[in-house]
Design a binder for this molecule. Structure first.
Ligand SMILES: NC(=O)c1ccc[n+]([C@@H]2O[C@H](COP(=O)([O-])OP(=O)(O)OC[C@H]3O[C@@H](n4cnc5c(N)ncnc54)[C@H](OP(=O)(O)O)[C@@H]3O)[C@@H](O)[C@H]2O)c1
Length: 272
């Protein structure tokens, strides 16, 4: 999609972090945005911040929704599309990460991670794709560097984010004849409220392994996202280290495993 001005963009996870930064960049391009997340007060606060930053009030809408709830997502988005119109761009960014050792990751944590990160995308796209098929559009899902490299401590999260890449790659092929482009955003560690939350349970080995990739600012991730959309890229990987990791993992997976195993070993040696 070459031009973003005057397009309608729905953003799940739009009240915080990368989703909110993306909303700001879309507004700067002249788009209209609808922020979708669960907590209404956080949504209103985010919309207020965007208005303060100079975005026109009539280009921002909000919608409270838990995307992990299938029937509610179908019903709410169907109503939303009747009111605002069918989105030209659908960015699914809602997600959670609660890293821990596998044996400490209880079934509830696993279920919440899969139902928010993976089923949430499924639910949203189930509502939007049939409408988008009538006129075309662009879908961007959000995976992660941990969606193409299985990373220590992220069993539940990586399972959900690998799943998003599989879902998106398949949809890319199915939806191309319908004039719908599909992209996947794969951010590295990014300085957001969500990242601060996941740091609370992160094992030291995870910190050591992910320390190889520089912490990015959400604004920079969002700027790369906009560039990727304009260039119709399938994989949008912000930052040099994220891109390098992708290339190395594709060509020399054993090298990536060896680097990560070395980081884990060093952490254990330091601790013993
Ligand atoms: N930050 C990173 O280091 C990083 C790296 C790679 C990938 N990512 C991915 O990027 C995305 C955004 O991450 P972030 O760090 O910006 O997170 P964040 O600051 O925690 O924001 C998450 C957003 O998702 C919403 N959300 C969470 N669960 C939801 C649900 N069930 N239904 C609807 N909305 C929900 C939250 O609002 P409510 O809680 O009010 O619903 C919030 O708006 C996620 O998919 C994450 O996995 C992040």
């Amino acid at each position: 999609m070459k031009k973003i001005n005057s397009k309608l963009v729905f953003i799940t996870g739009g009240s915080s972090g990368i989703g909110l930064a993306a909303a700001e960049q879309f507004l700067k391009q002249g788009a209209r945005v609808c922020l979708i997340a669960r907590d209404s007060s956080r949504l209103e606060k985010a919309a207020g911040e965007l208005k303060l930053s100079g975005a026109a009030e009539n280009r921002i809408a909000v919608c409270s929704l838990d995307v992990s709830d299938n029937p509610k997502t179908l019903a709410t988005l169907s109503e939303l599309m009747k009111t605002l119109g069918v989105p030209d761009i659908m960015l699914t960014c809602a997600g959670i990460a609660r890293p821990d050792y596998f044996e400490n990751t209880d079934y509830g944590n696993f279920r919440r991670t899969i139902s928010t990160n993976l089923e949430g995308v499924w639910n949203v796209l189930s509502a939007v794709v049939p409408e988008m098929k009538k006129r075309g559009g662009h879908i961007i899902t959000t995976s992660s560097v941990a969606g193409f490299v299985g990373t220590f401590g992220y069993t539940a999260y990586s399972a959900s984010k690998f799943g998003i890449i599989g879902l998106s790659e398949t949809l890319r092929s199915e939806l191309k004849p319908h004039n719908i482009l599909v992209s996947v955003l794969c951010p590295p560690d990014t300085d957001t409220p969500g990242f601060a939350e996941e740091n609370k349970t992160k094992p030291p080995e995870t910190i050591a392994v992910s320390g190889n990739v520089k912490l990015m600012k959400p604004e920079d991730v969002a700027k790369t996202l906009i560039k990727g959309i304009k260039r119709n890229k399938f994989l949008i990987i912000p930052g040099f280290m994220g891109k390098l990791t992708f290339i190395l993992k594709s060509i020399f997976p054993k090298l990536v495993f060896a680097i990560m195993d070395g980081d884990v070993r060093k952490t254990h040696q330091r601790e013993n």
